[in-house]
Design a protein around this ligand. Structure first.
Ligand code: CA
Length: 224
């Protein structure tokens, strides 16, 4: 999952980044409201962590525009102000949760997991996928009791499609998810096709994978 960390306290921002990367999140950092607005316009995020006190503006005023560009993202407000008014204003503007500083990184992660369960239907239990079952926490995929070996990127790709099931994701969106943000020159949609081909090949040994659809000229979708 892709996360935008909007935080001007650099030490805290880097701590969050390091911690979340270890938990397999892809992170972009913005230390100013201007940089955050640019990231939000250019990318689709699953989580946006939003500090309210930024050097060039109030984080809250970013929220309406951010929700327009990233309507599917989950928003968590981070603020030193333990102020009830900020909290209410943030939740009124559609934030999903609120963390008062200082907070522990483990608490941040557990809030993110709770939101993911609620918003993206990520259960701690296994998720059925055709004749397979996927455990998004342990990152294992099974056919009956047989565990199937997928590479890290193959699993990332499959689980990302599963999180957005019934939605077509473009090759560009998938590439961004598994490689992070990169320049157009580095972008090669063949990588995604090659990974999808490998996933199908590995799983088809056990059972059909017709739930993984190629949408011609667009991208891929998991249909359930
Ligand atoms: Ca701040």
């Amino acid at each position: 999952m892709k996360v935008l960390i909007i935080e001007d306290e650099k030490t805290l921002a880097y701590e969050m980044e390091t911690f979340l990367k270890k938990a397999f999140y892809l992170c972009d950092l913005a230390h100013t409201a201007a940089k955050a607005a640019e990231c939000i316009e250019m990318n689709q995020y699953d989580f946006i962590l939003l500090d309210l006190g930024l050097p060039d503006g109030d984080g809250l005023s970013l929220l309406p525009k951010a929700k327009k560009h990233n309507p599917e993202a989950a928003y968590i407000i981070l603020t030193a102000r333990g102020n009830l008014e900020d909290k209410i204003a943030g939740l009124d503007l559609g934030a999903d949760d609120y963390l008062a500083k200082p907070f522990s990184l483990l608490e941040l992660q557990s809030r993110m997991q709770a939101i993911a369960r609620r918003k993206f239907n990520v259960n701690a239990e296994t998720v059925p996928l055709g004749d397979f079952s996927v455990n998004l926490q342990t990152r294992f995929i099974y056919f009956q009791v047989q565990q199937i070996e997928l590479s890290r990127k193959e699993f990332d790709l499959l689980s990302y499609l599963l999180l957005h099931k019934n939605r077509v994701l473009t090759r560009m969106q998938l590439s961004e998810h598994i490689w992070g943000t990169f320049a157009d020159d580095d972008y090669d949609s063949n990588y995604i096709d090659a990974h999808i081909k490998n996933i199908r090949k590995k799983l088809n040994t056990y059972a059909p994978t017709d739930w993984l659809e190629t949408v011609r000229g667009v991208g891929y979708r998991i249909r359930k």
